[in-house]
Ligand binder design. Structure first.
Ligand code: URP
Ligand code: ZN
Ligand code: ZN
Length: 493
């Protein structure tokens, strides 16, 4: 019997369906949690289905894949402790149209195995999420045992690691980075690099502290673009020496973006990520009365002004950036123990920037902010926020695509039209007590989110309608962007 006779589980009628490749008016049929078919608009109007959603001509896209989300992490970046756990973070994700997140499993430097951290995040996430999820390992102690575990990671569906060139608790030396890169290349693991020069940073911080320049705005002064550019260039060179692909995360400055573009022009497998904070925030957001600027403290920091923001938008348009993630890393503002205010003391009433927990919430605002800016072609928007993260991290085509019989029926359905309105923290679903994007105007918000065919977000009828625990761990393969046999010549360039 055909699907037209047996019926479908769900039909999304009359959408403007957008994928990374195409845009057009279609109906989407869903069966057993998978995309079953795409048909010309309204062709499925009379097919029986348990649920019918009229998209009324609005954009229908594959659900967002946010490949950079920090949840339930311990104190890695000073005294700060993430306020979002796997429940609140993924609740916020689906309300913002994201159906898959990749969070982090941070290795404690004292541990000589990665598997302790991996088991720990599995325990935290299982039965607690509103969307599907996976993990990147944060490698802080790449001893021989840890390197030997890379094939085990692959067996367990983990195909990416993050390493840091800064932060005392995490920073690796160059030779340790080489060890990780070689092992990653050998076992089809993608290496994400936090590229800031940690020694330059601690020297700059001492200089500022010795002059009593402590307020939140000096966080930006302590991390000038050259610090990011140097580390980016070094990461590219280290990757080139080994012939390993790298992904530079949360790129903030035109200088770093230019270094990446040059490497790409020479054919090196260098990929890059940026985030909404580098499209919408500048250093003036950290220069607020009192301690308010701490809300926008993240690393790398927002840059100087409009020309920096413009350069990052250009990088999204011209292909320098492969993916756009949130780097959601939420701390309470008004919490003197584990939040931003833990940096305030009696002798420093405006806080000491070096103690402000680094990171901002953003998993829910990522898609609406960027779509509302109407800078990117809709297909490019889907590519950067869903398809490419799925390809880069071995989730494709289960995620990030709408291939009948193959892709999960993860969808975000927007409004045909919406009056512009300001983002307010009160309307968000994370546990943070602020958003750095308060007051930014948007003209779009997800109307419906579907996870494997189930309606989990219905903005006008109950909001969160999915249940905690419906999210599943997704076993990942190797990156679609990294060939088994590297074709590049490491002696060139
Ligand atoms: O400031 C940031 N980006 N915090 C999150 C941790 C990280 O390095 O991504
Ligand atoms: Zn980072
Ligand atoms: Zn991060």
């Amino acid at each position: 019997m055909s699907l037209f006779e047996t019926g479908l589980d769900c039909i999304v009628l009359n959408g403007t369906v957008v994928t990374a490749a195409d845009i057009g008016r279609y109906d989407v049929g869903i069966k057993d949690g998978k995309i079953a078919l795409l048909a010309p608009a309204l062709a499925l109007a009379n097919v029986p289905a348990s649920r019918v959603i009229d998209a009324e001509g609005a954009y229908v896209m594959p659900g967002g894949v946010d490949a950079h989300v920090h949840l339930a992490e311990p104190e890695l970046f000073g005294k700060g402790r993430s306020v979002d756990d796997y429940t609140s973070g993924t609740r916020s994700a689906i309300a913002g149209g994201t159906t898959t997140i990749i969070a982090f499993a941070p290795q404690d430097k004292k541990d000589s195995s990665l598997l302790i951290a991996l088991d720990d995040v599995h325990q935290k996430a299982v039965k607690n999420t509103y969307c599907d999820y996976s993990f990147h390992m944060i490698v802080s102690n790449p001893c021989q045992q840890v390197l030997d575990e890379f094939p085990v990671l692959r067996e367990r569906g983990i195909s990416s690691v993050k390493i840091y060139m800064t932060y005392e608790a995490l920073q690796l030396r160059d030779r340790q980075i080489l060890d990780v890169l070689l092992q990653a290349r050998t076992h089809g693991v993608t290496t994400m690099v936090h590229a800031e020069n940690g020694d330059m940073l601690s020297w700059m911080t001492e200089q500022l502290e010795s002059r009593a320049l402590l307020a939140p705005k000096y966080h930006v002064t302590s991390r000038p673009p050259i610090l990011e550019r140097e580390a980016t260039n070094r990461a590219i060179a280290l990757g080139q020496l080994v012939g390993a692909p790298i992904l530079i995360v949360h790129v903030s400055s035109p200088q770093a973006a230019n270094a990446i573009r040059e490497a790409q022009t020479h054919g090196l497998p260098v990929f890059a990520e940026t985030c909404p904070q580098y499209l919408f925030l500048t250093r003036s957001d950290l220069d607020q009365p009192g301690f308010e600027g701490a809300k926008c403290v993240c690393s790398p920091p927002p840059r100087d002004g409009p020309s920096d923001l413009e350069a990052i938008w250009k990088g999204l348009e011209n292909g320098t950036f492969t993916i756009l993630s949130s780097d959601h890393c939420a701390f309470l503002y008004d919490d003197a123990v584990h939040g931003k205010k833990s940096a305030i003391s009696e002798d420093a009433p405006l806080g000491r920037f070096k103690y402000i927990p680094n990171g901002c919430p953003g998993v829910e605002t990522r898609l609406p902010l960027v779509l509302s800016a109407t800078r990117l072609r809709p297909q490019r928007f889907v590519e950067l926020t869903s398809t490419n993260p799925a390809k880069l991290y071995g989730l494709y085509p289960q995620k990030g695509a709408l291939i009948p019989g193959v892709s999960d029926a993860d969808l975000v359905i927007w409004y045909p039209e919406l009056e512009p309105f300001p983002v307010t923290n009160a309307a968000l679903h994370h546990s943070a007590d602020y958003t750095p994007f308060e007051g930014h105007r948007v003209c779009q918000w997800p109307r419906y989110t579907l996870l494997r065919g189930e309606l989990v977000w219905d903005r006008d009828n109950g909001g969160i309608v999915g249940a905690k625990g419906v999210g599943q761990f997704v076993h990942r393969g190797r990156s679609a962007f990294c060939d088994e046999q590297p074709p590049w010549d490491v002696d060139q360039y």
